[in-house]
Every structure is written in structure tokens, then in C-alpha cells.
Design a protein around this ligand. Structure first.
Ligand code: 6PG
Length: 239
């Protein structure tokens, strides 16, 4: 696990873009393709914009395969859709090899099964798929992807994608499960803003219960890389 703090969200997004490009190059060189999971929410939008603006011809997008860590139960053009956010900020502007979207318009269980089937076809394996890079955000409540505190998806070990009821939001989200996230070659948390500072402190320095702060369940080999801005790091003592 490593923690990297940046002076501003622009600096953070710039560093994320360099990291994304470096991992894409490495994966394509070694394995012929870069299988990457995009984060939803609002934080990654700046990163996606920089990738579209400055990396359109510096990444071999034809060998980049895009997946999503989670999706809301909405159709693709809905304002809450993570696909819509990522498409408008990035995917509509680069010749990406293939976009594997979560079909949020389907009943959540069906959408989860369909996505798991999509992963099986893409990775051609019965073992837990290994993404080259998974980008994640966190909520102030410690959730990541759509793994919310004290929700059923946290306990799932035998599925790759599940429909996860989230009573607090009165909805059901579709999300990758912990085993898939922890099998990735690299996981990066992108976090910015003072409203996340206490949560970051609890996860990185506190004895937070992982069921109450699910981002703590993210433990890929070597640990996740935290790329955060100064405001989100403002309560960390060990820096
Ligand atoms: C989602 C995300 C979710 C997000 C956090 C942080 O679909 O909402 O996958 O896990 O990363 O909620 O969201 P913000 O970046 O908007 O603070």
C-alpha cells in the first residue's frame, strides 16, 4: 500500500493520467492488451478529460479494453449513468478498442449476470479475472465501487459481479465484488476533497471495521495505491 498526495485536484489528475498511460503501455507490451476498470462518481472526470485531451495519440487505445467497477440501475443516457459520464469525458473522444458497459437498464440481477458472462467471455477463464488496472473512488461513508457499508455484496466470495441493494440510497447498484478487485494487478484509489479526509484517516490510520468502511476490504497483492489531494489527506498524521 502506498499513499501519494498532490497539491491540487489538477495535479492529482495529471499524475493519474501519467500512471494510466504507463500501465497501459506496460500491459500492451507484455500481454497485448490493457484491461482497465473505470471508476464512477465525479472525482475521475478530470482525469478522463486529461486522457482525452492530452493522451488521444499517446496511448494505443485500440488495445485498451474498458470495463466499469459499478453502475447505477439506469439506462446508458441517464444523467446518473457512470457510462454516460465516462463517455462524455473520455470514451467518445478516443478510439478505444472496446467498451464493456454494465447494462444498468436491465433488472439488476440480470445486469449482474450478463456482466459476469461478459467477463467470462473476455478473460476466457474460470479463475477470478485479473484486470491490469482498477480505478476506484471512495464515498464519505467509506464505500467504494458500489460496495456500501453493511450491504450483502461485501460478503460475496463466489461471484464476480452482483446486484447490491443499498437501502440508504433506496436503490440496487451493480458492482464488481471484492475477490475481483483484489485479484487485479494494480488498484488505484483516486480521492479528493475535505469531505473525505476523516474517512481517509479512518481507513489508512484508524482501526475502522471493513464492514463499516468497505474500501478497507481492497487489498490486492502489494496493496492499493492511494492518489489523493491535500484536502483529502489533511487529517493524516503519518505523511
Ligand atoms: C459510483 C462510484 C462510487 C464513487 C464514490 C465517490 O458509482 O458512484 O463508483 O464508488 O467512486 O461514490 O464518488 P465521487 O467521486 O462523486 O465523490
Amino acid at each position: 500500500m502506498s499513499v501519494h498526495v498532490y497539491g491540487s485536484s489538477e495535479e492529482l489528475a495529471g499524475a493519474d493520467a501519467r500512471e494510466f498511460a504507463a500501465r497501459a503501455e506496460e500491459a500492451i507490451e507484455e500481454r497485448g492488451r490493457f484491461a482497465v476498470v473505470l471508476a464512477g462518481g465525479s472525482t475521475p472526470e478530470t482525469l478522463y478529460g486529461i486522457l482525452a485531451r492530452d493522451y488521444a495519440d499517446r496511448i494505443d487505445w485500440s488495445n485498451v479494453y474498458v470495463f466499469f467497477g459499478d453502475e447505477r440501475s439506469v439506462p446508458p443516457h441517464h444523467e446518473d449513468s457512470n457510462l454516460k459520464m465516462a463517455s462524455e469525458a473520455l470514451l467518445d473522444h478516443v478510439p478505444v478498442g472496446n467498451v464493456h458497459r454494465i447494462r444498468g437498464e436491465l433488472p439488476p440481477d440480470e445486469a449482474a449476470e450478463a456482466y459476469e458472462e461478459d467477463l467470462r467471455k473476455f478473460f476466457q477463464t474460470e479463475d477470478v479475472p485479473r484486470f491490469d488496472l482498477i480505478l476506484l473512488g471512495i464515498g464519505a461513508d467509506g464505500h467504494t465501487a458500489s460496495l456500501f457499508p453493511r450491504t450483502p455484496a461485501l460478503e460475496v466470495q463466489d461471484r464476480w459481479v452482483v446486484a447490491n441493494p443499498v437501502p440508504r440510497l433506496d436503490t440496487t447498484r451493480i458492482t464488481l465484488t471484492v475477490p475481483v478487485i483484489n485479484a487485479a494487478r494494480a488498484v488505484i484509489f483516486l480521492v479528493e476533497g475535505e469531505d473525505k479526509a476523516e474517512t481517509v484517516r479512518k481507513i489508512l490510520e484508524g482501526d475502522a471495521d471493513p464492514r463499516a468502511y468497505p474500501a478497507k476490504l481492497v487489498q490486492p497483492p502489494g496493496g492499493p495505491k492511494w492518489m489523493i489531494d491535500q484536502s483529502a489527506a489533511s487529517l493524516l498524521s503519518e505523511l
